[in-house]
Ligand binder design. Structure first.
Ligand SMILES: Nc1ncnc2c1ncn2[C@@H]1O[C@H](COP(=O)(O)OP(=O)(O)OP(=O)(O)O)[C@@H](O)[C@H]1O
Ligand SMILES: [Mg+2]
Length: 272
């Protein structure tokens, strides 16, 4: 399962990415989180201290992940650059910048694209990419998220953030990402839920769920660490709903594929 988390600046991509990763760990999955922000901060949500996160070696530019000559295997990449975190999630800082004037980030985007395109499932059951704000992940280097299975477009109750999600849908479809969901975050009441439903319809954004605004999330940001156990329970419940939507479609798809195999087998038997 390869998940891309995208959306307009500040909508809650990193906060929800951290909780999604931890929910998958709680299900016994091996989880790799890829932070593609040039100013990464997912580490904090996963309980990694700032010093360790900042001192981790930078992934070299122009690195390509793969099994051929001149490439680095996913296992070797994670052994060298993967950061274990107290949450149990392995973290990769894909695009951290520590030098002014370092140039364009296309090569870094290509590295993430190549990582998602390899057999990363041998190293991680779930690979989640927390993207930098904007739409570049759909245009740079052949589409950073071209090999994602699921795209989660996070929105907040503003027209602009739903509009950004609306712009994302056709581009993501063009890239061939099979499953695309909107997630309305920071809802303060029924009026916000209604806004998400109305605008999602208008912009053609399929809404997976609405996540409530919860004071524990900014409180935890101010503290500079992960959410403590028991904090932001309504947000955690919403994260469970997102996973249930994804898994539900997985099992529906598996059932359809099994049905197709049964029909194929019957046709083969009739023809023989
Ligand atoms: N459900 C929520 N309830 C209340 N506040 C929230 C919620 N989700 C996120 N926030 C707050 O919104 C702000 C932005 O969150 P976050 O950093 O996760 O967004 P982002 O989309 O990753 O931002 P960026 O585009 O800068 O990467 C933070 O102050 C965070 O505490
Ligand atoms: Mg972020």
């Amino acid at each position: 399962m390869k998940l891309g988390v995208v959306g307009k600046g500040g909508v809650g991509k990193t906060s929800l990415s951290g909780l999604l990763c931890q929910a998958y760990v709680a299900r016994g999955k091996r989880v790799l989180a890829v932070d593609t922000d040039s100013n990464p901060n997912l580490a904090m949500s996963l309980g990694l201290d700032e010093k360790t996160a900042n001192e981790a070696p930078l992934v070299p530019r122009k690195l390509v992940v793969g099994l051929g000559d001149g490439t680095l295997s996913p296992g070797a990449l994670l052994a060298e650059y993967g950061l274990p975190t107290p949450s149990g999630v392995t973290l990769l800082h894909a695009m951290r910048i520590d030098q002014a004037g370092a140039g364009c980030s296309c090569a870094d985007h290509y590295m993430v694209r190549s990582l998602l395109g390899t057999a990363i499932e041998e190293e991680a059951d779930v690979t989640l990419v927390d993207m930098e704000a904007g739409l570049e992940h759909l245009s740079r280097s052949g589409g950073t998220l071209a090999y994602a299975d699921v795209l989660l477009m996070i929105m907040e109750p503003t027209h602009k953030s739903v509009m950004t999600a609306g712009r994302t849908v056709p581009l993501a479809r063009e890239l061939g990402i099979p499953r695309i969901y909107g997630v309305g975050n920071k809802a303060k009441g029924e009026a916000d839920v209604e806004l998400f439903n109305r605008l999602s319809d208008e912009y053609g954004v399929p809404l997976a769920t609405v996540v409530p605004w919860d004071a524990d999330v900014p409180k935890c940001d101010r503290r500079g660490g992960p959410l403590f156990a028991g904090e932001a329970q309504p947000v955690r419940d919403a994260v469970e709903r997102i996973i249930a939507v994804i898994e539900n479609e997985d099992s529906e798809r598996d059932a359809l594929l099994a049905e197709r195999d049964r029909i194929d087998a019957r046709i083969a038997a009739l023809q023989s």
